[in-house]
Design a binder for this molecule. Sequence first.
Ligand code: DUC
Ligand code: ZN
Ligand code: ZN
Length: 493
Amino acid sequence: MMAFDTIVKGGMIVTAADRYIADIGIKDGRITALAAELSGADELIDASGLLVLPGGIDSHVHLSQPSSDASVMADDFESGTRSAAAGGTTTVLAFALQKKGQSLREAVAEYHAQADGKCHVDVSFHLIISDPTPQVLGQELPALIEAGYSSFKVFMTYDDLVLNDRQLLEVFAVAGAHGATVMVHAEGYDAIRFLSEKLEREGHVAPYYHALSRPEIVEREATHRAISHAEITGIPIVIVHVSGREALEQIRWARARGLKVSAETCPQYITLTADDLRDLNMGFEGAKYVCSPPPRDAESQAAIWQGLVDGTLELFSSDHCPFFFQDEDGRGKDTPKARTSFRWVPNGIPGVETRLAILFSEGVSKGRISLEKFVALTATNHARTYGLYPRKGTIAVGSDADLVLWDPNRKETIRQETLHHGSDYTPWEGFEVTGWPIATMLRGSVVMENGQVLNRPGNGHYLTRYTSSAQATANVDWSKALSADTNQSSITG
Ligand code: DUC
Ligand code: ZN
Ligand code: ZN
C-alpha cells in the first residue's frame, strides 16, 4: 500500500506564519507529511511554480436565505458552494436565519435539509437570532451552542431582524455564559428610517440614495453601541462588514480599552465607492452595487486598507448575498417597486468566487500586504475566530488537506460569463486581477481544476465547531479538533 493517496509536489507553501517550498503528503483527506522530497503516492500533483495556500474560508455567506419581500436569493447551497470552489474557497460559513416566531431548532433543521448532499465544499452555519424569546435564550440557544453552532449574528437594523438594546444585551449575556461568538450588523435602525423617509419626501429615490440613507455616522453610532453592550456583558464580539473609517475608529478605541472586538471587511469596501451606485445614464444599473453597509469613498477605502495592514481588521469575507439584477419573475433588484425607491432594492451583492482574487491582486500583487497576511485574512483568522483551527485554515500535519494551488502571475479579467454563481451579474465585471486559483482541493480531492468545478455536490461536509470560550481557556480537545471521525459529519449528522 502506498504511504500517501496524493502528493502535491514542489509548490511554495504559504501559511499565516511562513513560506517554504516542500511536498505535501495526503492520506485519507488529511495532511500526513510535509518534507523536502516525498514519494510513494497513487497520484502526484505538480505544483512547481505555484503557491500552495490553505483553502479559503469565507465566514460570511448568505445562501437560500428567505427575504421579507418578493426577492429570492440567486444561490442555493449547490450553486453557492460551486462558486466558492471555483474561487479557491473550501469552507463556507453560511447563515441559518430564524424567522420571527420560529424555533431555532426548526430553522437549523430547514437549512440542513437545504444543504444536505448539495455542497461542493465544507459548510457550517452561523445562526441569525431574530426572535430572542425566553425559550430561545433559556434553552434552544444554549443547546445549539453546545451542539457546535458556536456563533450567531444579530442585527441592529431591518424591520424583520432588528433587536432593541435590551434584546441585544440579553442575547450577548447568553453568548457570554456559553462561550459563543456574536457577529453584529452595526447600523442604526431609527436613523436609517429617519433619513430614508426624508430622502423619499425630497424625491431622492434612485439607488444612489441608498448610500445616503445609511451614511458612516449611522454605522459609527451602532458600532459604538454594540461595543458598549459587549463591555457591559463582558463578551467578545465581531463587527462584521466594516465599511468605513468612522466605524474603524470605534474598533480601535475599543481595543485600546482592552475589549475583545474583532472586525471583518469585504471586497466591496476596498474596490467600490458610493459613486458606483450612481447611474449617470439615469438607468437602474446602480442597484447592482446596493449592499449594506454601502460602499463609501476613497478616503474610507484607504482607511480600510490601513486597518487590514495594521491588524484592526482580521477577517476578509465576501458577504456573498446574491440577488438577480433582472429576473423575469420579479425576484431580483430591478423591479417596478424598487424603481419607486432605493428602499425596495434588495441589499446584497454576490462575491464568494471573486473574494480571493480581488484581495490577492489588490493586496499582494500591488504590494500592500504580504502573502502570509493574505492567508491570515482569508483563511487562518476565520478558522481561529469560529472554532475550526487547526483542522481548517492552515497547512500542517493533521490538518484537512484543503488547498488552493495559486498562480501569482496569472492575469485575468473578472467576467460574469465565466463565474459559477447563480446571479446574472457581478459587480466586478471587467475588473482586472493578477493572481488566480488554478486548482482547489477539498480534503485531498480535487474539486476545481482550471476553472472547471468537478460535479460532485455532496463532497462537502457539515462542520461542527468549538466555542471561543473553549479556545480561550485552552479547553479544546485538540485530538477531537483534528479528528475526522468526531468533528466531521455528513450534513445531516
Ligand atoms: N447584511 C449582510 O450581512 N449581508 C447583506 C445585507 C446585510 O444587511
Ligand atoms: Zn449584515
Ligand atoms: Zn451578510
